[in-house]
Design a protein around this ligand. Structure first.
Ligand SMILES: Nc1ncnc2c1ncn2[C@@H]1O[C@H](COP(=O)(O)OP(=O)(O)OP(=O)(O)O)[C@@H](O)[C@H]1O
Ligand SMILES: [Mg+2]
Length: 248
């Protein structure tokens, strides 16, 4: 090891994978299986979710899911939780070399509050920059291709890989109905979920480097195969270069 490397060790190369899709698409069903599989491969997975992921953000999640509020309040709560989640959980895990598996991240805010509720995406973009923007001299983290150079916003902390579970709203609604009682968002009508789905399609088209569309209207085994293939492809690639993130 060179003297320089000993004095300034490079951060371990963590990987950041998000799971996206409308309610009932199958995200949670596969995220746990993926964590088990990664462990069997000698990797260190960290399973987390949004809204939530820290004690503070979980309290915000409860408010968010149970209480009526206007779209700006929704967006502010979600991004406040995201800031805490990035600082306290995601950034340290990536710096320690973990594979972070996050059940929803910022794409969900654009899909639900943006496309679903019709909230101004320019405001969401601004919040995204405040919360996820890198800054010189801050903590160095690996940042995926979705965050580097795709939309003239270099050094925006984004997942390296986003698995988008895509299926028609009526299929997801039938799965949810068989599974559990609906929360505040799940009680929205199917037109809402079709708008959310279209919002995801737009985000995927804007960042094709990191999005992989999972055909989720298939039997579980067929969905799992797609998830595995996408993650294996990612892990065969070298981890992206670390860039500073202004979280500390
Ligand atoms: N491929 C599949 N075929 C049929 N049913 C499925 C499939 N995948 C998941 N399910 C079932 O659909 C229901 C919803 O799945 P799951 O909870 O994983 O969705 P989700 O995307 O995590 O939803 P939410 O966003 O609301 O948390 C569950 O009952 C699950 O067992
Ligand atoms: Mg879930």
């Amino acid at each position: 090891m060179s003297a320089t490397a000993a004095t300034h060790p490079a951060p371990a190369a963590g990987r950041f994978i998000s799971f996206e899709g409308i309610d009932g698409a199958g995200k949670s069903s596969h995220i746990t299986a993926l964590a088990d599989w990664l462990r069997s491969q000698g990797r260190q997975p960290l399973l987390t979710r949004e809204p939530g992921g820290t004690p503070l953000a979980e309290r915000l999640r409860e408010l968010f899911l149970q209480q009526e509020m206007d779209p700006l309040t929704e967006a502010l709560l979600v991004f406040a939780g995201r800031r805490d989640h990035l600082r306290c959980v995601i950034a340290p895990a990536l710096a320690a070399g973990a594979v972070v598996l996050c059940d929803r991240f910022t794409d969900a805010t654009f899909a639900y509050q943006g496309a679903g509720r019709g909230f101004d995406p320019a405001v969401l973009t601004q919040l995204e920059c405040w919360v996820q923007q890198a800054a010189p001299g801050a903590l160095a983290l690996p940042v995926g291709p979705g965050g580097v150079g795709t939309d003239a916003r270099p050094h925006l902390l984004q997942p390296e890989l986003t698995l988008w579970f895509d299926l028609p709203a009526p299929v997801a609604a039938a799965r949810r109905a068989a599974d559990r009682a609906a929360d505040r968002l799940e009680r929205e009508d199917q037109a809402f979920f079709e708008r959310v789905r279209a919002g995801y399609a737009e985000r995927a088209a804007a960042a094709p480097q990191r999005f992989v569309r999972i055909e989720a209207d298939l039997p579980r085994e067929a969905v799992w195969l797609q998830v595995c293939q996408a993650v294996q492809r990612l892990l065969l690639q070298a981890a992206p270069p670390a860039v500073p993130w202004a979280g500390r």
